[in-house]
Design a protein around this ligand. Structure first.
Ligand code: AMP
Length: 399
């Protein structure tokens, strides 16, 4: 199989699907977080060094119908030029004559950024002709946008069919995302502990159903745990609860029992009478939360029990915070779990943190470089763990 390390880029043009969907300041349109751009530099630099030319394509935001000034990729050209230390050319469309001309004239070592793919509705529709036109611009197709790998869009999936197997590859970011997900799901070392938190059971039910088949321990934290406590007949006061998911929760608990998976819920909770930092705080048994109070974080006994399980694990997946970590009074559980994952990692466990808020938490609390891998793909990673085929991955691997 061709890889970015064994393909010949000399005098070739490579079109890379990157994820430059970066947050921009609403007023100044300046980039507020350039992590996604930085993650793609290794792939771009590799091609330049190997004597190739680079065409970059991405989406930015959610334009409704056609071009919108605030979603133009022209706002990020200067920043990428600075990061690459070379001029990045820009063309104000991603298909058409102007684009063809710019691509044809592109020389080895040069970089061209195309305008937002989603200014054309054909991108999200996975239109064949649109994909073919993009493909006509370059000799080699590289997908380095893990964040959109779960979408069968023209630039993430359909385009690949216009390249021979030797000329379509993953970029470095995609390759390491896939390798890290496989470390957890395919090359799993046991015990495997999955830690799932966050607000809602409904968002995580599919991943939980899959994890019951593969994990040894499932740790549940965050708002979603109270639907389970209610399902078990507990008093949960004003805690978050999805009544229409109680049935799911009961089935999941039964399945875990059948499969001999240890399902750990937080035995105690840090509760408050208001959703904020300024209420009365009390530690409570999670099965018996006082009326008028709500569970906003896991309690000290839960921290201890979860940390011990994490320390004894060889593979760890973490998605979703243990409590309302945005509020200083309810961040302890999330910080302590991040710390336990970091300690277990330094003990030899493989740890993958993925999904928006747990990624934000490891970054905010300084654990990002103390875990094995922090994924850049929220939805794509979840779908991978739900057992779905990712169109962006399949398009490269299949003929
Ligand atoms: P998610 O996007 O589903 O991973 O959920 C993350 C959000 O869940 C964060 O904004 C947390 O503040 C919130 N959250 C976590 N625990 C609780 C809780 N016990 N009650 C209410 N919200 C929570």
């Amino acid at each position: 199989m061709s890889t970015i390390d064994n393909i010949n880029f000399l005098n070739k043009k490579a079109i890379i699907r990157v994820d430059f969907n970066v947050p921009l300041d609403k007023k100044t349109l300046e980039i507020t977080d350039d992590t996604r751009i930085k993650s793609s530099l290794k792939t771009i630099n590799k091609i330049i060094k190997a004597g190739g030319a680079v065409i970059l394509m991405s989406h930015l935001g959610r334009p409704k119908s056609g071009p919108e000034e605030k979603y133009s990729l022209k706002h990020i050209v200067n920043h990428i030029s600075k990061l690459l230390g070379r001029e990045v050319k820009f063309v104000a469309n991603c298909i058409g004559e102007e684009v063809k001309e710019a691509a044809t004239n592109l020389k080895s070592g040069e970089v061209l950024l195309l305008e937002n793919l989603r200014f054309h509705s054909e991108e999200e529709k996975g239109n064949d002709n649109f994909a073919k036109e993009l493909a006509s611009l370059a000799d080699i197709y590289i997908n380095d946008a893990f964040g959109t790998a779960h979408r069968a869009h023209a630039s993430t999936s359909i385009i690949a069919k216009y390249y021979s197997k030797e000329n379509k590859i993953f970029g470095y970011l995609m390759a390491s995302e896939i390798a890290s997900a496989e470390m957890v799901m395919k090359n799993t070392k046991h015990p495997f502990t999955a830690i799932i938190g966050g607000a809602k059971v409904s968002d995580k039910i599919l991943i939980l159903e899959k994890l019951v088949d593969v994990a040894d321990y499932i740790i549940i934290g965050g708002g979603m745990s109270y639907t389970f406590f209610k399902a078990m007949g507990g008093n949960i006061g004003n805690s978050l609860c999805e009544d229409d998911r109680i049935e799911n929760a009961i089935k999941l608990l039964e399945k875990a029992k059948q499969k001999n998976v240890k399902f750990l819920l937080p035995v105690d909770s840090m509760t408050s009478d208001v959703f904020g930092n300024d209420g009365t705080r009390k530690t409570a048994d999670s099965m018996d939360i006082e009326a008028g109070f709500m569970g906003l974080d896991i309690g000290p006994k839960a921290v201890e029990e979860f940390s011990e399980t994490i320390m004894n694990s060889k593979t760890i997946l973490w998605n979703g915070p243990m409590g309302v970590f945005e509020m200083s009074n309810f961040r302890n559980g999330t910080v302590k779990i991040a710390e336990a994952i970091a300690n277990s990692t330094s003990n030899g466990a493989y740890s993958l943190v993925g999904g928006g808020d747990s990624v934000a938490a490891v970054n905010q609390f300084g654990f990002a470089d103390k875990v094995s891998y922090v994924s850049t793909g929220g939805g794509a990673l979840l779908e991978y763990f739900e057992g779905k085929e990712l169109p962006g991955v399949a398009a490269i691997l299949n003929d």
